[in-house]
Design a protein around this ligand. Structure first.
Ligand SMILES: Cc1cc2nc3c(=O)[nH]c(=O)nc-3n(C[C@H](O)[C@H](O)[C@H](O)COP(=O)(O)OP(=O)(O)OC[C@H]3O[C@@H](n4cnc5c(N)ncnc54)[C@H](O)[C@@H]3O)c2cc1C
Length: 436
């Protein structure tokens, strides 16, 4: 759980904690009371987190700074969704616990069910049934999200159902939440979250996510710079805003395929041209060079992201680490340094590749290294060199160095785990290339 989600979950629990208990004050606290409290709390957590997941799915650029990038917003969206479904399952299990409790302690202490009149009572029964079915669909969605071998495109199509599942669960929660809660802080919080989550769901279903950030462009150049990597240069219309080096965009080359996120691997310039370095990592990106045509229209949504080049500080060292195609944001940073007014820095770039002799970026990095004052470069070729580990980074003063990382998740995990051992106290900034 991220610190943000822990704080969010705690806030919901706090608001719930100050609402009146379902158990009468003078009555003993039985398993029945525990069941009712657990039912209410898990339900509140689930709908609050699911509302949050919906809000974050709208790519809210106004929150990018607070979350430190759209990739982190997506990470929080994903984890909020997983937690929401876990709490929904817990909620359903607690609901089912009435028979075992009856067997254990009988009906004594059972709290009276809330009843409403006429239409509302019918709505409550309907909401219960709908909620149960929505939970089954949400569990299936969670399973295919976690099962990474499930094809991404099929997953993406099914994932588009989530706003409908959300609206169903929001109806369930709004109709079945204890009446007393609506006049309490917890009711206000849930009302705000459900309203925002509903607006977000409608926005998503209407296909409006990122609409104001979509720009039309054309492919100006396509080059297979290696058997695995395609370099694509696109020119954009005058509406494209200048991006910051290190940002990414959702690129649609073919409407049937839909948008894929790629880092903009060059710095912004007056000619509004964007370079993408695309590695064949899956069904669509493999052999892409053969499928793209010069002059072909492209739709580019963005720019997004906050993986920006830090300002140089005399008291702190900067360690930049790129693994494989994770070099792309650093290419943009270097382009900015080579062609911009400020071409001095105090940074060490580690570039981890499988074979430095065949890698298309090594000569470019070496050229940039010659031109940028204060940039050190280490190319670590896994076919001959010792793999990068935290001990190698200890040559920098670990107490006064910060790391910027873009590359495989496994390498990031290892470095993060090992850096404590070398007394590393600086920050670890990471751009994630994974959204699912
Ligand atoms: C912020 C960001 C920046 C990226 N920058 C680059 C880059 O500069 N160069 C580069 O080569 N790769 C980059 N990637 C990775 C790139 O998006 C995927 O490799 C590519 O989308 C794979 O598509 P595929 O259909 O070939 O693969 P598939 O086999 O369909 O999927 C492989 C994996 O790629 C991811 N993926 C696939 N399609 C999408 C999509 N439409 N939206 C989000 N994720 C998707 C999923 O995690 C999936 O599991 C970046 C990813 C992110 C999140």
């Amino acid at each position: 759980m991220t610190p943000f989600l822990a704080a969010f979950t705690a806030l919901v629990a706090l608001c719930w904690g100050i609402a009146p208990s379902a158990n009468p004050v003078d009555a003993p606290y039985t398993l029945w009371a525990l069941r009712q409290d657990a039912l209410n709390l898990t339900g509140l957590w689930s709908i609050s987190l699911m509302s949050l997941a919906m809000i974050l799915a709208t790519r809210p650029t106004c929150l990018e700074r607070a979350f430190n990038g759209m990739d982190k917003i997506y990470r929080n969206h994903k984890r909020a969704g997983i937690l929401a479904i876990a709490f929904a399952v817990a909620h359903w299990l607690v609901e089912m616990a009435s028979d075992p409790i009856k067997t254990l302690i009988g009906r004594t202490g059972r709290l009276p069910k809330e009843h409403a009149d006429g239409f509302l009572e019918i709505a409550r029964d309907f909401a219960k049934d709908l909620g149960e079915w929505a939970i089954y669909v949400a569990i299936a969605m969670l399973a295919i999200t976690l099962w990474k071998r499930f094809p991404f495109n099929a997953w993406r199509t099914l994932h588009k159902l989530m706003p409908i599942v959300y609206l169903t669960l929001a109806f369930h929660a709004a109709v079945l939440m204890p009446f007393d809660y609506w006049s309490q802080p917890v009711g206000v919080l849930v009302a705000l979250l459900i309203s925002a989550g509903t607006i977000a769901s409608v926005h998503i279903l209407a296909g409006r996510v990122g609409r104001t950030r979509r720009h039309v462009g054309r492919i100006a150049e396509v080059t297979a710079i290696s058997p695995e990597i395609t370099e694509v240069i696109c020119t954009l219309d005058a509406t494209w805003p200048p991006h910051r080096a290190g940002q990414f965009a959702f690129v649609t080359f073919s409407p049937n395929e839909g948008a894929h996120p790629f880092t903009i691997a060059n710095a912004a310039g007056p000619e509004r041209s964007l370079t993408f370095q695309i590695k064949g990592l899956g069904d669509y990106t493999t052999g892409l060079a053969k499928r793209l045509r010069l002059g072909q229209p492209v739709l580019i949504e963005g720019p997004y992201g906050c993986f920006e080049r830090p300002r140089p500080r005399s008291d702190r060292a900067q360690i930049w680490i790129a693994g494989g195609i994770g070099i792309t944001p650093f290419l943009a940073w270097l382009d900015e340094l080579v062609n911009g007014p400020e071409n001095s820095i105090k940074a060490h770039l580690y570039y981890c590749v499988s074979n430095r002799d065949t890698d298309p970026f090594v000569p470019r990095l070496e050229a940039a290294h010659q031109r940028i004052h204060g940039l050190s470069l280490s190319v670590i070729s896994s076919d001959r060199d010792t793999p990068l580990d935290a001990a190698m980074l200890a040559t920098h003063n670990p107490a006064q160095a910060d790391i910027w990382f873009c590359g495989p998740q496994a390498l990031a995990k290892t470095l993060k785990a090992e850096r404590q051992a070398i007394g590393f106290k600086g920050q670890f900034h990471q751009e994630a290339f994974e959204m699912r």
